[in-house]
Design a protein around this ligand. Structure first.
Ligand code: ARG
Length: 465
């Protein structure tokens, strides 16, 4: 048992209590942030004359050594310490003696852990943004080459009207673009430094909080020390953004699974992104898409768990808040993994364009346009709707598409039809007449693709800014 306190205790901590309380098994994950935070703190203490220059330089150098050794694998973060903060401080004192004992001047583990988690989450926000940017690039690539790839658009999973593959992918482009915007918003709100909040009421030392904030790349210090140590809103917001990303990925996965099914065959998932069955030799399963869909649950779980943990906590720090870590770390890993794998699967997926096109041809997706044709020839829409309904019934009985009917057959149902009906209800006409912005028509789609390109050029991934 290695802990930073004990002066006022007369008994050893019960081993079970110690284990229950300790967090080293998971907070070791942010050793880098912990050490970087300490380095900034000590530099500030040196600048303010709270530590001498020699003390400051010795501590900074030793902390840097500890960081390098942990990264190189020559110094192991052992679980005999209560948490990562105790580990780092103990190593520093082992090497520097009394000077090392000055590291924690003007600081509490409460503002320290608040800082570490914020720094860690900030990096996750950036990495998530980078992965989403790659996914958007993949989507845009598919969009650019498929403005004429006709497929059925669905409502109620029933064929509705013809669209293009570019248009369908464009819908996901919008979703993931909004997900990026959410991450950007969160970054703006969270990028303030809690260090210097102390245990809850600041400290009596003349700390320069602006300086520490600047050293760590924050916009400035947080403005209330009680809030500084006990705010986890930024993490809740980030997990909510992750939950939304997963919801989008899960919807997309569901479509890929349907499209990849034997019945649809709209797409074929690359061998590298499929798995086989141990018993059925013919199988090629969309496990990646299914796992992405499945893992959505645990990310929602992390969000609900933290919201629930936080809802009853009086100000300021309470140990409940240690629970902000494990499920969040799990969610962060999974979200990043899911975006990366989904992107790989999408980039290598083969689209069976002929099958998509045939499916649109044979699903009465041009029925609305047939009705619009009648309306354009003076038939009231409700009557036109009824006439085309009869036509569809006739086609279903004969097992044909509307386009397969002869003009005589069409005229028998409504004399308004003329030879130009075939042109009016061709898949190309149906799609390309839809030209308002946001619609699938080629010209409209090309305008949108240009806008999306501009967006990507103006908003490079946060890791590149
Ligand atoms: N392991 C703790 C956490 O994750 C660090 C802060 C401990 N502070 C305290 N007063 N016990 O929240």
């Amino acid at each position: 048992m290695a802990q930073l306190w004990g002066g006022r205790f007369t008994k050893e901590t019960d081993q079970l209590v110690y284990n229950f309380n300790a967090s080293i098994t998971f907070d070791r994950k942010f050793y880098k942030q912990d050490i970087e935070g300490s380095i900034a703190h000590v530099k500030m203490l040196g600048k303010q004359g709270i530590l001498t220059q020699e003390e400051m330089l010795a501590i900074v150098k030793t902390l840097q050594d500890i960081l390098n050794e942990v990264e190189a694998g020559t110094l192991e973060i052992s679980t005999e310490y209560e948490d990562i903060h105790s580990f780092v401080e103990a190593k520093l004192i082992e090497r520097l003696g009394d000077t090392g004992k000055k590291l924690h001047t003007g600081r509490s583990r409460n503002d320290q852990v608040a800082l570490d988690m914020r720094l860690f989450t900030r990096e996750e926000v950036k990495q998530t943004d980078a992965l989403l940017t790659e996914l958007l690039e993949t989507l845009l690539g598919i969009m650019e080459t498929n403005t004429e790839t006709i497929m059925p658009g669905f409502t109620h999973l029933q064929k509705a009207q013809p669209i293009t593959l570019a248009h369908h992918m464009g819908a996901y482009f919008e979703m993931f673009k909004r997900d990026r915007l959410r991450l950007h918003d969160i970054y703006e709100r969270m990028n303030y430094c809690p260090l210097g909040s102390g245990a809850l009421a600041g400290t009596t030392y003349p700390l320069d909080r602006e300086y520490t904030a600047e050293l760590l790349g924050f916009y400035g210090p947080t403005l209330n020390s009680m809030d500084g140590v006990s705010d986890r809103d930024y993490l809740i917001e980030y997990l909510a953004a992750c939950a939304t990303i997963m919801m989008h990925l899960s919807r997309f996965s569901e479509e890929v699974i349907i499209w990849n099914s034997n019945e649809y065959q709209f797409v074929e998932i690359d061998d590298a992104y499929s798995t086989g069955s141990s018993i059925m030799p013919q199988k090629k399963n969309p496990d990646i898409a299914e796992l992405v869909r499945g893992k959505t649950g645990r990310v929602y779980g992390a969000l609900i768990s933290l919201l629930t943990t936080m809802k009853g906590i009086p100000l300021a720090y309470n140990k409940d808040m240690q629970e902000d870590k494990e499920l969040s770390f799990d969610a962060m890993e999974n979200v990043k993994g899911c975006i990366a794998l989904f992107n790989g699967m999408l980039a290598t997926m083969k689209f069976n364009k002929d099958i998509m096109r045939n499916s649109a041809n044979n699903g009465f997706t041009n029925a609305t346009d047939a009705a619009d044709y009648l309306v354009n020839h003076g038939v009231p829409f409700r009557d036109a709707h009824g006439i085309v309904g009869q036509i569809v019934l006739y086609c279903i009985e004969k097992g044909i598409a509307i386009d397969d009917m002869s003009l005589d057959e069409l005229k028998a149902i409504s004399p308004v039809f003329e030879e130009d009906i075939y042109e009016a209800i061709s898949m190309e006409t149906c799609v390309n007449k839809r030209l308002t912005i946001g619609a699938p028509g080629k010209e409209a789609m090309e305008k949108v693709i240009l806008l999306e390109k501009e967006y990507l050029a103006k908003n490079p991934s946060m890791t590149k800014q």
